[in-house]
Design a binder for this molecule. Structure first.
Ligand SMILES: C[S@@+](CC[C@H](N)C(=O)[O-])C[C@H]1O[C@@H](n2cnc3c(N)ncnc32)[C@H](O)[C@@H]1O
Length: 263
């Protein structure tokens, strides 16, 4: 079961995380009326209902930890350094930015808010795509409703400017910003789902490779490399390093943040 999930999603559970893995999937056996992991394995591998079930697997395994203005230095580099360079090189060409494991959407909305604050939507046609393998996470991102936890790093001024309080404890993002983003599900470990999205000069793929095996990271980074245009910037989480895993991207410090630049 561990290997099947690795082949399908890139996520790898070491032996010492066996219990966590089992606990996350156990409710799915109940939902399907199955008695054993072996039966569940057969369902995922051979059953006609497997495709639908894989969505539930992604939901069950997802670690939806994310918040606005997380690791913001990289977004600042995008806004203050990379976008002016892009505008100088390609003044009329739309710029595509992809948030590749966006969870419930905070990362993509952070990018959209930062671009709006700097006036970029009036200077350059920008397309923001945001995807995640978890259908539940994307359904929440489409709703655009957030609780206090998501705002731990965002100033109250920006929160009040871009969100309206709802139901006393939730905040709804303003439509102007929410509608800037095209939301969808995509599994990073599926070439067919990644190929066209990765034709983006800027990819944020943060805090997801920590769950991948080295082999899966290599394969995903290579897919990015093959699809990205020749000046391509890949942002990964601050605790993630690709140095051992790729020679196709060069780590550079730009504007005070680390970014992998396509060679
Ligand atoms: C910890 S969140 C990171 C969210 C955001 N990028 C950030 O840094 O705040 C990790 C996300 O990766 C997603 N994920 C895990 N495996 C994936 C895969 N194979 N393809 C796409 N998304 C995946 C999970 O569903 C989860 O929402």
């Amino acid at each position: 079961m561990r290997d099947l999930i690795h082949e399908r999603t890139g996520a790898y559970y070491e032996d010492d995380r066996r219990d966590i893995f089992a606990d996350k999937l156990l409710p799915r056996l109940g939902e399907r009326g199955l008695d054993s992991f072996l039966d569940y394995y057969y369902l995922l591998k051979y059953d006609a209902a497997a495709e639908e079930e894989w969505g539930h697997v992604m939901d069950a395994l997802a670690v939806p930890e994310t918040f606005f203005w997380r690791e913001f230095d990289q977004v600042r580099t995008l806004v203050e350094v990379l976008l002016p360079q892009y505008l100088a090189r390609k003044p009329t060409e739309p710029l595509r930015i992809w948030s590749a494991a966006c969870s419930t959407g905070e990362e993509a909305l952070t990018i959209a808010i930062a671009l709006n604050e700097a006036g970029w939507f009036y200077r350059l046609p920008v397309e923001i795509y945001a995807t995640d393998a978890s259908p539940v996470a994307i359904a929440k991102a489409r709703q655009g409703l957030y609780r206090e936890r998501s705002f731990r790093n965002l100033s109250p001024e920006l929160r009040d400017k871009y969100f309206h309080k709802k139901d006393g404890y939730q905040w709804l993002v303003v439509p102007d910003i929410h509608s800037r983003i095209k939301w969808g599900t995509a599994n990073l470990y599926c070439e067919a789902e990644v190929k066209s999205l990765a034709r983006s000069p800027v990819i944020f793929c943060r805090n997801v490779f920590i769950y991948f095996s080295d082999r899966a990271i290599r394969k995903t980074v290579r897919l990015f490399y093959q699809a990205m245009p020749s000046t391509g910037y890949l942002f990964v989480g601050v605790s993630e390093s690709l140095l051992r895993l790729t020679t196709e991207f060069e780590l550079q410090e730009i504007g005070g943040a680390f970014v992998y630049v396509k060679r």
